[in-house]
Ligand binder design. Structure first.
Ligand SMILES: Cc1ncc(COP(=O)(O)O)c(C=O)c1O
Length: 396
C-alpha cells in the first residue's frame, strides 16, 4: 500500500476522542491549537482486520477473565520469524500491560536498590524514570555523534561499567530518539562487552517494525544464533507499530529459565495483570494481516521525513537531521539556528509546535527537537511552515 491509499483509508480525526496528543495538548503545552507532533502515537486506525476483530469481540459483550489464545502466539511468532528471522517459544513469553510497566517490573527483580543501571543518552526518558523511581542509580553513557550519525562508545562504556559496578544495561533498539537501527556488528560488540562484564541486558525492541529506509533490523535475541540469550531479556509490543497503546499489551521474552522464574515470582508479588484481552484480539489480527498496512505507514513516514528535511534545510542549510533508519520520530538539531535557552520559546510559544524537546532525553539532547512523523502531511507541513517562518523572523 502506498501513502495515499493509507491516508485515504486510515487517517482519522483524533480531536475530542480523549487522545493525549490532541486533547491533552492544552494541559501539556498551554494551547489546544498547536501543531501536535509530540507523544509517540499516530493519527491512523489499526489495520481493517484488527478493527473488525475488535468489533466482533466487543459485540459478544462478555469480558470475564480470559486466557491468551494460541492464535496470538502463532501470529506474533510468525511475524517475528518471517520478517526478522527471530525464533521464539511459547514458554519464553510473558505479557504485561505496557512496555514501560514491564521495564519497571524487570528493574525490580533484576536489581536491588542502589544498584547501577546503564542507559545510552539521549534516550527515551522513561528509562531514567523507571531506574530512579525505584532507588537505583543511573549511569548515563553518552552516544557519540560521528559524521551526523550516533554511535555507541564501547570503550567509554566499559570504563563506566567497571567504575560503577553496573549490573544492568537498558538498550533501546531501534533507538528513540536518535533513529538509529543498530547493526549486527554494533550489537555483537555490545553484547560481548556485557557478557564479559556480567551485565544483564534488557533490549527494548518496541520500534523494530518501524524501518522507513528498509535498513535490516536484528534482534539482540538473534545475535550469534542466540549466543547471548541467557544474559538478556527482550521487550516489545504491537502497540507502537499498529497504534494501539491504549489497548495495554506488552511482551516480555525471557529465554533464561532462572530469570523467568524470578520474573514470575515478581509478577505474583505485584499481582500484576498479564496483558489485556482486547490488545490480544487486535494484535493477533494485526500481526496476521497488517504487513500491507505497515508498508503504507512507512511510505508516509518516508514522505514526511523528506518534506521536513528538504524544507528545513532549504531555509537553513545548517539544520541537521539524523537518517531516519528506525522509528517514526525525527531527531532535529536546531542548535545552529537557535540560541541556547531560546528553543522552547521559539518552537513552542512562537511557532506553536507541540514537540518533545531534546533535553527531555538527556542533557546531550539540548538544542534538538523530536518530531513525530506519523501524522498527516497537512499537520506536518503546516508545522514546518510555521517553524521556518518563525526562525526566519528571529534571524532577521
Ligand atoms: C523505547 C520505547 N519503549 C517503550 C515505549 C512505551 O511503551 P508502552 O506504551 O507500551 O509503555 C515507547 C513509547 O514511545 C518507547 O519509545
Amino acid at each position: 500500500m502506498n501513502k495515499d491509499e493509507f491516508l485515504a483509508k486510515y487517517a482519522v480525526e483524533r480531536r475530542n476522542t480523549n487522545s493525549v496528543k490532541w486533547d491533552g495538548m492544552e494541559v501539556e503545552f498551554g494551547s489546544a491549537d498547536f501543531y501536535p507532533l509530540w507523544i509517540a502515537d499516530t493519527e491512523f486506525k489499526l489495520p481493517e482486520s484488527a478493527v473488525q476483530a475488535l468489533q466482533k469481540r466487543v459485540a459478544h459483550g462478555a469480558f470475564g477473565y480470559s486466557i491468551t489464545p494460541d492464535g496470538y502466539y502463532d501470529a506474533y511468532f510468525k511475524w517475528q520469524k518471517e520478517r526478522y528471522g527471530i525464533e521464539l517459544h511459547k514458554e519464553w513469553l510473558r505479557f504485561g500491560t505496557g512496555v514501560v510497566q514491564s521495564l519497571s517490573t524487570l528493574v525490580q527483580f533484576l536489581t536491588a536498590p542502589g544498584d547501577a543501571i546503564m542507559l545510552m543518552e539521549p534516550v527515551y526518558h522513561p528509562f531514567r524514570h523507571v531506574i530512579e523511581d525505584q532507588g537505583r542509580k543511573v549511569v548515563a553513557n553518552q552516544l557519540v555523534e560521528i559524521e551526523d550519525e550516533y554511535r555507541m562508545d564501547l570503550d567509554k562504556m566499559e570504563e563506566e561499567i567497571i567504575a560503577n559496578d553496573v549490573k544492568l544495561l537498558m538498550l533501546c533498539s531501534p533507538h528513540n530518539p536518535v533513529a538509529r537501527v543498530w547493526s549486527e556488528e554494533e550489537l555483537t560488540d555490545l553484547l560481548e562487552l556485557c557478557r564479559k562484564e556480567q551485565v544483564l541486558v534488557i533490549s527494548d525492541e518496541i520500534h523494530h517494525d518501524l524501518l522507513p529506509t528498509g535498513k535490516k533490523f536484528v534482534s539482540a535475541l538473534s545475535i550469534k544464533d542466540g549466543f547471548y540469550r541467557d544474559n538478556l531479556i527482550m521487550v516489545d509490543s504491537p502497540s507502537k507499530t499498529f497504534n494501539m497503546a491504549s489497548l495495554l499489551i506488552s511482551h516480555v521474552v525471557i529465554p533464561n529459565p532462572q530469570l523467568r522464574d524470578r520474573y514470575d515470582q515478581q509478577q505474583n508479588l505485584l499481582h500484576a495483570p498479564a496483558g489485556n484481552l482486547l490488545g490480544m484480539v487486535a494484535g493477533q489480527a494485526a500481526y496476521r494481516d497488517g504487513a500491507d498496512w505497515l508498508e503504507g505507514l512507512l511510505d508516509l513516514v518516508r514522505f514526511n521525513y523528506e518534506y521536513l528535511k528538504i524544507h528545513l534545510q532549504a531555509a537553513f542549510p545548517t539544520i541537521k537531521l539524523t537518517e531516519q533508519e528506525g522509528t517514526y520520530l525525527a531527531w532535529v538539531d536546531l542548535s545552529t539556528v537557535v540560541k541556547p535557552g531560546q528553543l522552547k520559546h521559539i518552537v513552542q510559544d512562537e511557532a506553536h509546535l507541540a514537540v518533545n524537546f531534546g533535553e527531555m532525553f538527556g542533557k546531550s539532547g539540548a538544542g534538538h527537537i523530536r518530531v513525530n512523523l506519523a501524522t498527516t502531511p497537512e499537520n506536518l507541513q503546516a508545522a514546518v511552515s510555521s517553524l521556518v517562518k518563525t526562525l526566519q523572523e528571529n534571524q532577521a
